[in-house]
Structure formats: C-alpha cells, structure tokens
Design a protein around this ligand. Structure first.
Ligand code: ADP
Length: 486
C-alpha cells in the first residue's frame, strides 16, 4: 500500500462556511476525499468572523508571533478532519466577501491579510505552532496562499509543497513599495522569484517555488502554457516543464444530488425525471415568469465577471427575443454587468428574470428547475456549475475551453457520450447558435433524454482525482528528497 501523508491544506474559502466560488467547494470536498483515502489532512483557513460565528467553541491552540503581527491559532472539526483557523482582527466582518466590498472593490489591506495568513501557515508547516504535528505536504491554493511555498524555501528542512491554480487571472500583485512596507523577504524579490513586471506577485510565489504546480483540468493546464491564456505567467509555466500538470476537480456527489437535495421543492432521479418539472414550475413562479412547462428555461449562476461571458448571454438573448425561451440569472459581482442584466429583464419581462446576489439554496433551484444551463466562459480553469447541471439533468451550453471542454461533450462528438452543447468560440453569435440547437434538441424528447441520461450517470466523484493528488504529493516529496529542487 502506498504511504499516506500528513497534509496541511491551505485555502481562503471553505464550503460550507465561506464561499465566493468553486474554490470553496473544492476545498470543502477534496480534503474529505484525501481523508477517506487514509491521509491525515488538516485544512487551514483565515478565521473570518463570519466563520467563527458558525462554529461551536473552537479550541484555542496557541498564539503565533509572526513578523506581521500576532495571531491566535484555533482548531475545530469539519465532518471528518480538523480545520485550523488563523484569527486576527483583520479577518473581522466586512460588508461584502473575503476579498471585495459590496461594490466589487478589493479590500486595501488584502496584501497584508494574506501575507499574515501565509506567515501563519508557514509556522504550522514547520511544526512551530504547538500542534506537535509535522506535515510532509503543504498544499496551497491560489494567490492568497502563494507566498507560502516561497517563504518555506527559506527554511531547511522543510515539507514539500504543491500549489494548485484555480484561476490564474487573480494574481495578488502589489507594488514593490507595498511589498517593502510589509517587510517581506527581499531575497525572494527577483525575476525568478516573486518579481513580476516590477511588482510583487503572490501567485508567482506558488508558481515559481512550489515543488509541484497543478491546475484543475488537463485542458487549462495546457492552455496556461500559451500566451493567450497565460496571464503573463506562461513563460514561467513552460519553464517548469513536467512539474506543472492538470487534475480535474471532482464534485461532492452526495451534497449535489437531486434525489436528496433538501433545497429542492421536489427531489428526483434519472428514474423519476418527470418530477423535475415541479422544480421548473417553482422556479418560474418564484421568478414571476409565465408558468409554461413547454418553454425551455435557461439557467445561469455566476460570478458576474468578464471571464464568464455574461455580456455574450445578454447579446445572444437580445438577438433571440422572438424565440420561445426563458432565462433565469443568479449572479453577483461587476456592477456594470448587473445593470445590463437588469435592463434586459426590463426589456423582456416575460422572458428574462434576474436575481442579483449570492444564494446557495436558490442556485440549487436553478440547477434543478432550468432545462439547460448557460456557461459561455472565455476561459474556465475547471468549472463546477457545468458538472452540477449535468448531475441535475440540465444539459449545459459551454465554450470549448479548459475544464468545460474536458467535461461537456456535444452530439457532434458522438451520441453515446453527448451530454450538452459545445460552442466553438466565446462570441454571442456562436452562443445564439448554441441556444438554438438547444431549442431544437429540447423538442426532440429521445435526444434530450439521452443527453440528460449521459450527464446524470457520469461519475464526477473525487476519488480518482484524490488518488492523482496523492501521486502528485509523492512526486513532490521525492523531488525534495532527491534534492532536485532549489
Ligand atoms: P468560479 O469558481 O470561477 O466562480 P465555478 O463554476 O468553478 O466558477 O464555481 C462557482 C461556484 O459558485 C458554484 O458552486 C456556483 O453555484 C457558485 N456560485 C457562483 N455565483 C453564485 C451566486 N450568485 N449564488 C450562489 N452560488 C453561486
């Protein structure tokens, strides 16, 4: 049997306590799968006040005296594994989410907060936090934890590091002067280190210094080596050769199960698919759309960001205004996109209904109540929503990028595995064509049922991907032991 690991899993979001997107769901479910496989996993997150409020009496472990300030390390449990919380006044409640205000502006002290968090993770990684526990792997996720692999290279011995890119476009870049003001190590600031066009880049800490780097689909792993998708980091990623790989995200198949989802007015399965229509009726009612079972309803649940192609949806639906269709959108983020969506709703009140905000229960009603799901992303590292919609019998329309191309298959790619519709490019013309293909397919019940069947019977569980992470950990540890890394 393969050796199991002590894994310190560092992240800035964690379902069910704090979520802005897919990162939280991955961090909520991958550690569980690693635990099930026999590893000792401890997740470490910032002790946001909003999280502490949801936890019954977290246990105080120790006070950590860090270069950027003192923090308290507390511990609690989430299902089967421990969660460590780094508490500090800068993680107190703010109107908005952990990174942005309600009006979509990044908190000015983010560089401080996530440098502080990274310093705390580094202390735990070096077994200096009175846990009496030495991880052999530190698994970091996205820019908020990018400094950790960099800081750890300043210590010997140190545990091996893995850095997962969930979205390369969010980089945590700060002015060099801000880096200096934070008194972060000057020896890490150079072209092969954190320096990025004169600035200091937190994500580059992960990309340049982690023993192994991976991203969340094989497709995105290939794309980010190219100039078009590399966000300026493609040269670095190419230079790291086979140390960069892709592992497809899984989903929590128990949590996202239409047969048991407690948020649905009507549960259903592949065998009782006719019951799905009760959710459609509830969705139409709640959104004050005509309650017509025959009109195809398209769902969208999204961060409102350029990446997600929301502008393409607005243009495509405007073009298709005379078609028999309905659109339900749940989203938060960019204020300009909010305004445009609300204008579309006003323009087409019998066809378009928009809810601005973040609501997990409502998102599940959309997954279950819509007939088809729109996700015309300009790039998509993995994407979870298309997998959730496949599982809920709601065939998606997606662009041929990243993890979408790895999980959604068009009838043109063969009827036996077709589960949705793939458009060639992220343009409103291609999207409009994709929507029209849905309208045609929706009227062809055997074809539609085949698409639903293929989506609902796909195994998106974590077990296979968790095994791939174990292999990656193994490689990272071997790298260190063979002293192949710096
Ligand atoms: P990303 O992480 O880029 O935002 P993903 O598709 O990987 O995109 O994951 C998004 C996750 O966040 C999904 O679970 C989705 O349902 C959820 N989500 C996004 N926006 C909202 C919202 N406004 N309300 C509720 N859930 C949302």
């Amino acid at each position: 049997m393969r050796k199991k690991h002590n894994i310190l899993f560092a992240c800035s979001e964690l379902t069910p306590w704090v979520k802005t997107g897919g990162l939280a769901d991955v961090c909520g479910s991958l550690p569980q799968a690693l635990h099930r496989a026999g590893n000792d996993v401890r997740v470490v997150i910032p002790g946001y006040e909003s999280v502490l409020r949801q936890i019954d009496s977290p246990v105080f472990i120790s006070q950590l005296e860090l270069p950027l300030g003192n923090v308290a390390l507390c511990q609690t449990r989430l299902r089967a594994h421990d969660v460590l919380l780094i508490t500090h006044p800068s993680f107190s409640n703010r109107p908005g989410n952990p990174y942005m205000s309600d009006d979509d502006r990044a908190w000015a002290d983010n560089p401080y907060r996530f440098a502080l968090f990274s310093q705390a993770v580094t202390e735990i990684a070096l077994d200096r936090a009175q846990l009496e526990w030495q991880p052999d792997i530190v698994h970091c996720n996205d820019w908020q934890t990018g400094l950790v692999p960099a800081l750890l290279t300043l210590h010997k011995p140190r545990p091996a590091t893995v850095f997962t890119v969930h979205n390369l476009a969010y980089q945590g870049n700060i002015l060099h002067s801000a880096y200096t003001d934070l008194q972060l190590p000057a020896e890490l600031f150079h072209a092969n280190g954190l320096e990025f066009w004169g600035q200091a880049s937190y994500i580059k800490g992960g990309l340049a210094y982690a023993d192994r780097v991976n991203t969340v689909s094989a497709g995105y792993a290939a794309e980010i080596r190219q100039n078009k998708y590399g966000c300026g980091m493609d040269g670095l990623l190419r230079s790291r050769g086979d140390r960069v790989s892709g592992i497809l995200n899984g989903i929590d198949m128990d949590d996202w199960n239409p047969q048991t989802d407690p948020h649905l007015p009507q549960n259903y399965s592949l065998q009782t698919l006719d019951r799905k229509s009760a959710n459609k009726a509830a969705l139409q009612k709640e959104m004050r759309l005509p309650q017509d079972p025959e009109v195809p309803v398209f769902g969208v649940i999204s961060r409102l960001a350029e990446q997600k192609g929301i502008d393409l949806i607005i243009n495509a639906i405007s073009t298709l205004r005379t078609e028999q269709l309905q659109l339900v959108v749940l989203g938060s983020g960019d204020t300009e996109l909010q305004t445009q969506l609300l204008a579309l709703q006003q323009d087409l009140p019998d066809k378009v209904a928009v809810k601005i905000g973040f609501s997990e229960p409502f998102s599940r009603l959309i997954e279950a109540g819509a007939d088809s799901f729109l996700m015309p992303s300009r790039y998509e590292p993995c994407g979870l929503n298309q997998m959730y919609s496949l599982r809920y019998g709601t065939p998606p329309v997606v662009t041929h990028v990243g993890g979408l191309a790895d999980t959604v298959f068009d009838p043109d790619q063969g009827a036996e595995k077709a589960n949705g519709f793939v458009i060639k490019n992220a343009t409103s013309e291609y999207l409009a064509q994709g929507i029209q293909r849905v309208l045609t397919a929706f009227a062809n019940k055997p074809l539609w049922h085949q698409l639903q069947h293929n989506g609902m019977t796909t195994d998106f569980s974590w077990d296979e991907s968790a095994q791939k992470y174990e292999t990656l950990y193994h490689c990272a540890i071997n790298d260190i032991e063979a002293n192949l890394t710096r």
